[in-house]
Design a protein around this ligand. Structure first.
Ligand code: ADP
Ligand code: MG
Length: 266
């Protein structure tokens, strides 16, 4: 990102939690994102589909300040990712600023990424206690509410190894919710699960959508995207090749490559 190029137009557009204009990201010589543009409205469930290697994870990682980017603008709520405002101009964000922003975004990975030496409850609240400084009794109360929400209140004291993949992923979702994030990013949350465990995770996600949570979801679960998504983005060759309502993008794609991709994964 070139600081001089940023235009402070989107800063107050808070109806859109995530605002992306012409985002470019390279790893060395490999340009992965070649100008991604999209918005995620407050309360929207936006789905990203696309072939393996098309840059979906890279995109989510940029939104969550886990990657730097080389061009365009990427806003989350009122901040420009990677930059901070001095009152006069944008400068490169300090590490502490980036860490604190990251702690306010929920992220759920394909592999559940729970701490193996912590119970389900401890996994849910560790960020609250260690990063946000919430007092333990209060954090435990909140953690139990969240475990209840994902249907696992009775497994609070279980260690990850004693939980099924579906249960672990539900714990990971409870953990992602802990800090009351303004958006949750899901990176293929059901891809690592045995087929019979996919449904319980999708059903928790469906409930979050009903609750009005803003979500950006990368998935190959096309039927689910069609059922619950507000918007679907097909990413191809580093750009959004097709975007729109699921009924249009999934049922009646206008781009031949979208149709090809959908035919391949069905
Ligand atoms: P997707 O999630 O759509 O499968 P990724 O975002 O993981 O795609 O990867 C997009 C491209 O970027 C791939 O070619 C991948 O090999 C490359 N890539 C991803 N992460 C890195 C990295 N840390 N360093 C170098 N190349 C990477
Ligand atoms: Mg990926």
């Amino acid at each position: 990102m070139t600081m001089q190029e940023t235009v402070d137009v989107s800063r107050n557009d808070l109806d859109n939690i995530v605002r992306v204009r012409n985002l470019r990201k390279s790893y060395g010589d490999l340009e992965v994102l070649k100008g991604i543009t999209l918005n995620v409205r407050k309360g929207e469930a936006a789905f990203i589909i696309g072939a393996s290697g098309s840059g979906k994870s890279t995109f989510l990682r940029c939104v969550n300040s886990l990657e730097t980017y080389q061009g365009g603008e990427l806003w989350v709520e009122d901040y420009l990712v990677g930059a901070e405002w001095t009152g006069k101009r944008w400068v490169e964000a300090r590490a502490a600023t980036t860490a604190s922003r990251r702690s306010r975004i929920g992220m759920v990975f394909q592999r559940f990424n729970l701490f193996p030496h912590m119970t389900a409850l401890e996994n849910v609240i560790s960020g609250l206690v260690m990063v946000h400084g919430v007092e333990t009794t209060q954090a435990r109360k909140r953690g139990m509410e969240l475990l209840d929400k994902v249907g696992l209140a009775d497994r609070a004291e279980s260690y990850p190894a004693r939980l099924s993949g579906g249960q672990q992923q539900r714990v990971a979702i409870a953990r992602a919710l802990a800090a009351n994030p303004s958006v949750i990013l899901f990176d293929e949350p059901t891809s690592a699960l045995d087929p019979e465990l996919v449904g319980e995770v999708l059903s928790v996600m469906r409930q979050l959508i009903r609750d009005g949570m803003t979500m950006l979801v990368v998935t190959h679960e096309i039927t689910f995207a069609e059922e619950v998504g507000d918007t679907v983005y097909f990413i191809d060759k580093g750009v959004v090749a097709e975007a729109g309502a699921p009924a249009d993008v999934i049922r009646n794609p206008t781009n031949a490559r979208t149709a090809e991709f959908l035919a391949r994964i069905r």
